[in-house]
Ligand binder design. Structure first.
Ligand code: DC
Length: 226
């Protein structure tokens, strides 16, 4: 699956809660490279399907929806955040919700949905380089990438991070319950038939447990510029 192979790509894969999103954005800014948040694409398709009142378990309808949904990333005028436009509507906030995450997770297991998003993802590979954040960036989409990282963190650390986020939102959750959910999702993601979550053979494993964000960014940057 090669495309514009002279343009370097750094793939950053890993489970949710590993710090991928934050690390990818910081590393892309450091390098001056483009950023692909591939999870946002699955979230956008799930969101568009929900808006259209489609049945999320209908694989043909989801594949058509993935092909038809127009997704654009726009730099925020304040700098900082990137806004995500779905079919012309700014859906940035809606895409971060638990509902959008659950819809994304459901449709991400459908091969035809994944296939429909391949060309769009390859199109992000433009000079001077690309940081691609996701689950299958190094194993499937940019398998020929010269730089690959797999971020991990223990389930208990990821549960703690999630617990803090949800508590800040005022939600009532328990740490033990969150950890059980994370462990169950890890085993589902790692065992699904298409594009299971696993490190590429040539990926550098970076464990973020107990490590500050700046140290993680430095370790990831060292993979590109040793
Ligand atoms: O990284 P995230 O939480 O935004 O991802 C949302 C969902 O999409 C998550 O359930 C995993 C799935 N996903 C995927 O299957 N492949 C990717 N490259 C990115 C995300």
């Amino acid at each position: 699956m090669s495309h514009a192979t002279s343009v370097p790509v750094l793939t950053i894969d890993g489970p949710s809660g590993s710090g991928k999103g934050t690390v990818s954005a910081l590393v892309a800014a450091h390098l001056g490279w483009r950023l692909l948040d591939s999870g946002a694409l699955y979230r956008a398709v799930g969101y568009a399907a929900g808006m259209a009142g489609l049945d999320l378990s209908d694989m043909d309808a989801m594949a058509r929806c993935a092909q038809a949904t127009k997704i654009q990333f726009k730099a925020d005028t304040d700098g900082g955040l990137t806004r995500v436009m779905v079919n012309g509507h700014d859906a940035t906030d809606e895409l971060r919700t638990e509902t959008a995450g659950a819809a994304a997770s459901a449709i991400a297991s459908m091969p035809a949905v994944r296939e429909a998003l391949v060309a769009l993802q390859l199109g992000f590979r433009k000079a001077p380089g690309l940081v691609a954040d996701g689950r299958d960036m190094g194993t499937v989409i940019f398998a020929d990438a010269p730089f690959k990282v797999f971020l991990t963190a223990s389930a208990s650390e990821r549960a703690k991070r999630r617990y803090k986020q949800l508590k800040e939102k005022g939600l009532s959750v328990t740490l033990a319950g969150l950890q059980r959910e994370i462990e169950a999702r890890d085993s589902r993601d790692a065992s699904r038939a298409v594009a299971p979550l696993k490190p590429a053979e040539d990926a550098v494993l970076v464990d973020t447990t107990g490590t500050g964000i700046e140290d993680v960014v430095a370790k990831v940057l060292a993979v590109v510029r040793p």
